[in-house]
Design a binder for this molecule. Structure first.
Ligand code: HEM
Length: 234
């Protein structure tokens, strides 16, 4: 598109799109940090029942007390998660609508194959992730889905062991965490692009960084369920 054809209206729309993509990158980075901390925390399962239960109770109770009130961390955490999810999903819808509109625009050059493959993967993994997060909360937090354990009164350690003694749940969580890894891998690459860091000489860095974080998250999350399934943790 030549500069002469760019109207102020089009320029404004372009800068709004860049802003929305940056919001997506920032909220995405928040989720990446959350999943790394969550996966790291779950590794306390390897330190035994006392260590894991203590950690789980600390998180929901006296975490950062007296700086925060009793149970304050979990409230702040949930509010932050909901706001970031609204931002991330809202930005995704905005980008999706814009790219659909652009596809119909006769001035738009056809998108390259790798780009649309990444966009399709992002949408598919996003749907799996949303469904699985709902399942995960109904499973572990509220115990409305009592798969693998009987009651919320059971200790956090025993609930985890009870759940992953069922190989079906290990497979289901592998699909969940696999979708997350793919989403993060592509997401980090897109974030580099949105922030304006994607150049010919940084493409490789973006691909390696995305792949490395994705692999790390997958391995850290799946270690406790696999260890339980094979009887290493019981
Ligand atoms: C093998 C993988 C995972 C395991 C074993 C696991 C386990 C757990 C456990 C035990 C809790 C605490 C539940 C409670 O006592 O309230 C929890 C909370 C949570 N998990 Fe996971 N998790 C896994 C993966 C994930 C992933 C991939 C995500 C998101 C993408 C996620 C998101 C959450 C959230 C948002 C909470 C907090 C819910 C609340 O507000 O109470 N988890 N998880």
């Amino acid at each position: 598109m030549s500069n002469k054809t760019v109207t102020p209206k089009k320029r404004r729309a372009w800068s709004t799109n860049v802003f929305v993509k940056q919001l997506m990158a920032i909220s995405g980075l928040f989720f990446v940090m959350f999943v790394i901390v969550h996966a790291y925390g779950n590794l306390k399962m390897f330190l035994g029942q006392e260590a894991y239960d203590h950690y789980a109770h600390w998180l929901k109770g006296e975490a950062f007390y007296p700086l925060l009130p009793h149970g304050g961390l979990i409230i702040i955490f949930r509010l932050a998660m909901i706001s970031m999810a609204l931002l991330h999903i809202g930005a995704a819808f905005h980008t999706w609508i814009i790219s659909n509109r652009a596809r119909k625009d006769r001035y738009t050059v056809k998108k390259n194959v790798a780009d649309s493959y990444a966009a399709r993967t992002m949408r598919m993994t996003a749907v799996i992730l949303l469904a699985m997060v709902v399942f995960h909360i109904l499973h572990f937090t509220t115990a409305h889905i009592p798969a693998g354990f009987a009651a919320t009164e059971m200790s956090p350690y025993m609930r985890m062991v009870g759940a992953f003694q069922n190989p079906g749940l290990v497979v289901l969580y592998a699909i969940f965490v696999g979708a997350l890894a793919l989403h993060i891998g592509h997401g980090i690459w897109s974030a580099f692009q949105s922030i304006g860091w994607l150049r010919r000489n940084t493409q490789h860095v973006a691909t390696v960084a995305g792949g490395a974080v994705a692999a790390l998250v997958f391995v850290l999350f799946m270690a406790p369920p696999v260890a339980i399934a094979v009887g290493f943790i019981s």
